[in-house]
Design a protein around this ligand. Structure first.
Ligand code: CTP
Length: 411
């Protein structure tokens, strides 16, 4: 891809069309060249002037404007990504049937780049057999159709059908632009558990022992697995304010012990468990019932006790037949290296010690990995295979982890 990535942003006629403006703003601000192609119906929700001002480009909906430029062919041919936000039931149907009755559907037919459709509609419409069939057809053909989020819909309704969070949409769009290809549906039906974030071990009602994990890597793992077709349970400890990944079951856990219980429960029926959470190795022996006053305690360190090693426990439980024998277990290691050994030496020893199938190794310290957008590292397999992971977004790293997991799944 040379120059600025070219994105066609199709906007369908649904109430979530206003959220396409946020997606557009994020894309243009991060250096993408965006042409917005709304449907006629979309313009009843958001005016063309908004899309033109935010994109810096003219907006057309029909095939009869700028005819000499043949935009219905050109836009699709020249795009690096076609992104549809929101994809309504009607748009999904027209796309699945290869219709070309407006500029957007014409563009979808001529596009040879990745196509990402982000649905939003009422639960009944999403669950209707016609929509299910259209989504299946589009996915079979390589279009990435995300799962809608659950929550408040138009009016008083709640349920599945909300548009995914704009930040999440842009993250996925960037991943597809980077790959230049659709995400494979190679985790279809696979049951995945991902733990994310950092645990907090309470000292008293207001203080805790915590760590700097943002949760971004674990959330990226959950999100990309769901996009590849997996049923995902995300066990989330404390994170920065992150959008809930659409189409994922979210279980909250605060402390190491809570996270352990939630992971074990979900792992019972899982094909894959990925421990991306930063679990505190120690916790205060007892949390004070009331806020500790400085006059009450001398500056001695708080008495601590060891937390269970959840990852090691999972491996043991699999060995004892308490978890599925062919379950794939993935660990993470954040290493700094020290005078005695480098990052990889520590990681190889950790892989042996933990007994998991894959270990994702991040070099940390000096601003690397924690709270950043990008990650790099190595992927070490129990088989002895080792390969570096180039610096890239956390979603890119996540896809490399899933590529390796797919190779280990016994199906
Ligand atoms: N982990 C876990 N339970 C713990 C600590 C860590 O399940 N109590 C998991 C993490 O989720 C991660 C992996 O173990 O997948 C490695 O975590 P790390 O903190 O690097 O490993 P430790 O065993 O704590 O090793 P170290 O001696 O380097 O602290």
């Amino acid at each position: 891809m040379s120059g600025r990535p070219r994105v066609v942003l199709g906007v369908g006629g649904g109430i979530a069309a206003y959220k396409a403006c946020e997606v557009l703003r994020r894309l243009t601000e991060s250096g993408h060249h965006v042409r917005v192609v709304p449907t006629e119906a979309a313009l009843r929700f958001v005016g063309a002037a908004t899309f033109e001002a935010l994109s810096g480009n003219k907006v057309h909906t029909g095939v009869f404007s700028d005819v000499p430029e043949v935009p219905h062919v050109r836009l699709g041919q020249e795009a690096d990504l076609v992104l549809v936000v929101p994809a309504t039931a009607d748009l999904l149907a027209r796309a699945a049937h290869g219709m070309a009755d407006d500029l957007l559907t014409g563009t979808l037919l001529t596009a040879r780049c990745p196509v990402l459709m982000v649905p939003a509609m009422h639960t009944e419409m999403w669950e209707h057999p016609a929509t299910r069939a259209n989504v299946a057809t589009l996915r079979e053909r390589g279009t990435v159709v995300t799962e809608p989020a659950s929550g408040r819909l138009t009016g008083a309704d709640t349920g599945k059908g909300r548009l995914a969070d704009p930040a999440e949409i842009v993250d996925l769009a960037r991943l597809l632009l980077h790959r230049g290809d659709a995400l494979p549906r190679d985790l279809d039906g696979v049951r995945v558990v991902v733990s994310a974030g950092g645990t907090r071990e309470p000292l008293d009602p207001v203080r805790y022992l915590g760590n700097r994990s943002s949760g971004k890597q674990g959330y990226a793992l959950a999100r990309t697995a769901a996009q590849r077709g997996a049923h995902v349970t995300l066990v989330s400890a404390h994170t920065l304010a992150l959008p809930e990944p659409a189409g994922v079951d979210l279980v909250r856990a605060g402390t190491a012990l809570q996270l352990r219980d939630a992971v074990h429960a979900a792992a019972e029926h899982a094909d894959v468990v990925v421990m991306a959470a930063a679990v505190a190795d120690f916790r205060p022996v007892a949390a004070a019932e009331y806020k500790i006053k400085k006059t009450e305690r001398d500056p001695d360190p708080v008495a601590l006790t060891r937390n269970p090693d959840v990852l090691a426990e999972l491996v043991t439980a699999r060995g004892n037949g308490k978890l599925p024998a062919d379950q794939v277990i993935v660990g993470f290691a954040a290493e700094t290296g020290d005078s005695g050994a480098d990052v990889l030496d520590h990681a190889r020893a950790k892989l042996r010690r933990k007994g998991c199938d894959l270990l994702v190794v991040n070099a940390v310290g000096e601003g690397k990995a924690f709270e950043t957008e990008d990650n790099a590292g190595w992927l070490l397999a129990a088989s002895g295979a080792e390969r570096p992971i180039a610096l890239g977004s956390k979603a890119q790293l996540a896809t490399e982890v899933w590529d390796a997991v797919v190779g280990l799944l016994k199906r």
